[in-house]
Design a protein around this ligand. Structure first.
Ligand code: SF4
Length: 491
């Protein structure tokens, strides 16, 4: 893997305009007699959209745990022969986009640590909000470990804490550590014999349980169960811990559930073929688009999506407005994650590396272009320019989420508050900035109605600034000091 002298991966350069990035995808399987490393590989493949910087798999054959991880996409990290070196009856896997800690090999997951009762491997989706306090606890338990050892992630600190407990096994250690963790975490972990999973009390990030003919699977999204042939059983509940071994699935509550599921999963993060709370994400996004058509109508000739994340909402907008749906932008899905060093000339192509307009469809038409969100505004500005160059007569931008005004501290890397275009500009100013003829967002109320989840069971902090889990001052870049239950407006 080539790396630039400034430490950035080469794909970071192409992704200067990148939208919201999820923290990670996690997968675990307990299935003696099956090729667990391969099942995990395909599970991670299905979760690749949740994290594209590194990938890793840990397996156990009952005697020892082996981990293989590296920087890159799942398909770049593992070859058939790599997977053949990972035998076993159970496995966990992870694909990562860094939210805490830098993008380096040492921070790739699963993490691995010896304990007094065996070995612990752990993978995490989310972001802890009390990492500083936890790192101090680790330092007290084992002064030579913690951040000074080179690990910079909340996951490494969590792994250390569980492994340093004076309990009789991993299960008891985890149960004593989980209540000390604050923030968002969907965990899969294992020792030599047992697969474990746990979800934070708010259930911010998704985690589901599935059944194979010969075993069990846990995964960030139900789509990963489908792809490995597992039947969806249920969501792992907020505040629930499960252990899976030859005795089946054992469940216990380590905290009372206080659900605050991430609203952005419905807008962008989850795959369209995933189910959350029993409802398909694609159907929800179509409903958001229909609502958007009612709330932000416009006279136009054609509705086109920004592929692929804008597609279901564009279908909904077309349905709700009666304006025909069409394809006006073609996505080159893979170029954004190339590891080839781009030259200055290539870098200047920007969005053109990823999207190409269909001139014969666009020319002379009044176009509604539907996207899922606006983060910095660079992508939408480039798309509007591209559509004008392709001959569009009018360009009306419609967004299937409310303005993103606040950073996420629960595992999504949007940008800093200063970089979020909607934190400093009103909608009309954003319209001018991106060069559209009109701009409309769906309302928060409209978005929440489309999810069919009660408002008080969702996190919507990036839209409202009301953070359901306390954010310590040291996480807020010195810009915000938020306490639970405080209501904030950016004005
Ligand atoms: S702040 Fe936004 S992205 Fe982060 S968990 Fe809440 S709704 Fe999701």
């Amino acid at each position: 893997m080539s790396r630039r002298p400034d430490g950035l991966l080469n794909h970071d350069i192409l992704d200067a305009d990148k939208g919201p990035q999820d923290a990670c995808g996690v997968f675990g399987v307990w299935a003696p007699g099956e090729e667990v490393a391969k099942l995990t590989f395909y599970g991670l493949y299905a979760l690749q959209h949740r994290g594209q910087e590194s990938a890793g798999i840990a397996t156990s054959d009952g005697k020892r745990i082996l981990v293989y991880k590296d920087m890159g996409l799942v398909s770049q990290v593992f070859t058939e022969s790599d997977l053949a070196t990972l035998p076993g009856d159970l496995a966990i896997g992870h694909c990562r986009y860094s939210t805490t800690g830098s993008s380096t090999w040492v921070n790739a997951q699963p993490t691995l640590r010896p304990t007094k009762y065996g070995t612990l491997a752990l993978a995490h989706n989310g972001n802890l909000t009390n990492t500083g306090e936890l790192a101090e606890l680790v330092q007290k338990l084992e002064p030579s470990t913690g951040r000074d050892r080179g690990a910079t992630t909340d996951t490494e600190i969590m792994t250390a804490l569980i492994s340093l407990q004076n309990e009789k096994n991993v299960e008891a250690s985890a149960i004593s550590v989980l209540p000390q963790l604050e923030g968002a975490f969907s965990l899969v972990f294992m020792d030599e014999h047992t697969l474990y999973a746990a979800r934070d009390r708010h259930g911010v990030r998704p985690l589901v349980l599935g059944k194979l003919e010969t075993g069990w699977v846990v995964a960030s999204e139900s789509a990963a169960l489908d792809i490995v042939g597992a039947a969806f059983v249920r969501e792992i509940e907020p505040g629930e811990f499960i252990a899976i071994d030859e005795n089946g699935v054992r469940s216990q509550r380590w905290a009372t559930a206080e659900p605050k599921g991430c609203l952005f999963e419905y807008v962008y993060l989850a795959r369209p073929d995933t189910l959350i709370a029993g409802q398909g994400i694609h159907v929800t996004r179509v409903a958001i688009g229909e609502r958007l058509a009612k709330e932000a109508p416009v006279e136009a000739d054609l509705v086109i999506p920004v592929p692929e994340s804008g597609t279901p909402a564009a279908i909904g907008y077309a349905k709700g407005s009666g304006i025909p749906f069409g394809i006006g932008l073609v996505k080159n899905s893979y170029v954004g994650r190339t590891f080839i060093q781009p030259s200055q000339t290539i870098r200047q192509l920007g969005i053109r590396l990823k999207l190409n307009p269909l001139r014969e469809i666009i020319e002379g038409k009044r176009i509604v272009v539907v996207d899922d969100s606006i983060v910095r505004g660079n992508t939408q500005r480039a798309i509007v320019r591209m559509l004008r160059e392709a001959g569009a007569r009018e360009i009306h931008v419609r967004i299937s989420s409310p303005p993103v005004k606040w950073p996420c501290y629960y595992g999504i890397d949007f940008a800093t508050r200063a970089e979020l275009i909607a934190s400093g500009l009103e909608i009309e100013e954003i319209r001018r900035s991106i060069g559209a003829d009109s701009l409309g967002y769906v309302s928060l109320e409209g978005l929440i109605e489309a999810t069919q989840i009660q408002e008080n069971k969702l996190c919507s902090a990036c839209f409202t600034g009301t953070y359901p889990i306390r954010i310590p001052a040291d996480m807020s870049e010195g810009k915000m000091r938020l306490e639970i239950s405080e209501v904030h407006s950016h004005e």
